[in-house]
Design a binder for this molecule. Structure first.
Ligand SMILES: Cc1cc2nc3c(=O)[nH]c(=O)nc-3n(C[C@H](O)[C@H](O)[C@H](O)COP(=O)(O)OP(=O)(O)OC[C@H]3O[C@@H](n4cnc5c(N)ncnc54)[C@H](O)[C@@H]3O)c2cc1C
Length: 468
């Protein structure tokens, strides 16, 4: 962690941990042991999985192994958009048919309510506000994409989604140059760290053994190997998302992609009056290198975007530190959205890693031959998706062990999906950097041209990245 001359704290995992406090680290594993299920990774995926498995069968012996502390990864660093987006839905429609993808989408819509309800039932106060998701267009090309996106979402059963023109958008929020927006009720704002800490406490109270400061170096059937001992279990579930490349044999499975954020100092009442945003919707845009933001419970704006997207050789993390150039770029983006906030100081900047599969499709898999399971590849949409993935992984384990039957979740199209690995270096680095440079160039070109057509550059970048 460092503090710049203008007072911006950089790193320290995230603003959310600075706000709510770093946790006391739980006891590491103390030697060889056994369990019925071992979960690797103490983020939302791992903790929700432990939660639902234990709720389904309180007698199950479940061990969670976390390399640092629960919430150290993206679950303690994200933008707090609890929403119904799931990476890969359109590809699943192409592979399994529209109706199967609609089932996945409906399950995601329900998941937003599930997270809110379980958090409330467990007494987790994560600053949840159900204001939905507002995505704005700021150029003619973005507006054309927004309309297309809106129609596309309606076709996946979101008949409660609303399209706004410039005037109706301005009634909700004062975003400079906004020419339209689309709003869905299937979203809520939350404080990521309050949720992950609450989940860790909830599973511990249920009797799940959570060992922190315990890195898993190797996963093989029946075994999770750590420097302090091996946990033997018939089911070993890998829930390591952006850090997966650090596990033996997984270097090219999911590409670790960085996303960076800033949080401002709290706005004054006059500044909030200038900005509007009374609905506290999570806020995004339709740029190719898109932004995402929330109005925090304590009256700040937390805003994120890509920054430097990928480090050579799938290296992941410096405890959340991000590049100074990224902080400056995000601050610039904030002021372009809200010129009235030109003098508002940034308090904190940080980054985290997402897991990106070669085809950008999130997946949940249990290999019945080996008992190895995994869930992830959520790209940037994991706050809600991790919950659906965890319930699905739970059902798959129960189906395999004969404790449960097939369910609506085990039949979702993302179950068992496999995709090829990423290319070796330097192709990975060149591909990802090229893709984001191209997206930024496409955004600049669209802003300058005022034309409604999306830049062809972006379509080329999509193709290079394997996104279409
Ligand atoms: C900056 C940022 C903003 C985001 N914003 C949003 C958003 O607003 N909305 C949204 O839907 N999604 C967002 N996401 C994505 C979302 O946060 C993630 O998809 C989600 O948190 C993934 O949860 P997870 O448990 O699978 O992974 P993680 O939270 O990354 O957890 C993985 C855990 O595994 C541990 N681990 C890794 N390797 C090992 C090992 N070998 N041994 C032991 N433990 C290990 C890590 O320390 C970590 O705690 C964002 C992500 C980032 C980085």
């Amino acid at each position: 962690m460092s503090t710049s001359a203008d007072g911006v704290v950089n790193g320290g995992i995230s603003f959310w941990f600075a706000d709510d406090g770093l946790p006391a680290v739980r006891e590491p594993l103390a030697g060889d042991t056994s369990a019925d299920v071992v979960v690797v990774g103490g983020g939302y995926t791992g903790l929700w999985t432990a939660y639902y498995l234990k709720k389904a069968d309180p007698a199950l012996r479940i061990t969670v192994l976390e390399q640092k502390f629960c919430g150290y990864g993206a679950s303690g660093r994200n933008g707090g958009w609890l929403y119904n987006g799931v990476a890969g839905r359109d590809r699943y429609a192409a592979l399994h048919g529209h109706e199967a993808a609609v089932r996945l989408q409906k399950a995601m819509n329900d998941t937003v309510g599930e997270v809110v309800a379980v958090a409330a039932a467990e007494g987790i106060d994560a600053d949840v506000h159900r204001g939905g998701v507002l995505e704005v267009a700021r150029t003619p090309a973005q507006l054309a994409r927004l309309k297309e996106f809106h129609a596309h979402e309606l076709a996946f059963g979101e008949d409660d989604r609303v399209l706004y023109g410039a005037r109706e958008t301005a009634e909700r929020i004062t975003v400079a140059d906004a020419v339209g927006s689309t709003w869905t009720p299937h979203g809520a704002r939350l404080h990521p760290v309050k949720l992950v800490k609450g989940l860790a406490a909830a599973v511990t109270a249920l009797g799940v053994r959570v060992h922190e400061a315990t890195p898993v170096t190797e996963i093989r059937p029946g075994h999770a190997v750590t420097p302090y001992g091996t946990v033997r279990a018939p089911y070993v579930l890998r829930c390591t998302e952006g850090f997966t490349a650090g596990i033996k044999g997984q270097r090219r499975t999911w590409l670790p992609m960085n996303s960076s954020m800033i949080a401002t100092e709290p706005l004054t009442d006059a500044q909030w009056a200038a900005v509007g945003w009374d609905g506290r919707e999570t806020l995004g845009d339709m740029a190719h290198a898109y932004m995402y933001a929330q109005r925090t419970a304590d009256g700040r704006i937390a805003l994120g975007g890509r920054g430097v997207p990928y480090r050579y050789g799938s290296r992941t993390d410096h405890d959340g530190r991000t590049q100074d150039a990224t902080v400056a770029a995000l601050r610039d983006l904030l002021v372009r959205f809200f010129p009235a906030l030109a003098a508002l100081p940034v308090a904190h900047a940080w980054s985290g890693v997402l897991g990106v599969p070669r085809d950008w499709c999130a997946t949940v898999t249990l290999d019945r031959a080996t008992g190895l399971g995994w869930a992830g590849g959520y790209v940037g949409s994991g706050v809600a998706t991790t919950n659906l993935a965890a319930r699905t992984l739970t059902d798959l384990v129960r189906l395999d062990s004969g404790e449960g039957g097939a369910t609506a979740l085990t039949g979702l199209p993302w179950v068992g999906h496999r995709v090829r690995k990423w290319e070796p270096e330097p192709l990975r680095w060149l591909g990802v950097h090229g893709m984001y440079a191209t997206y930024r160039a496409a955004d600049r070109r669209e802003s300058a041209s005022h034309r409604a057509a999306s830049s062809r550059l972006a379509r080329i970048a999509d193709r290079v990245a394997g996104r279409n």
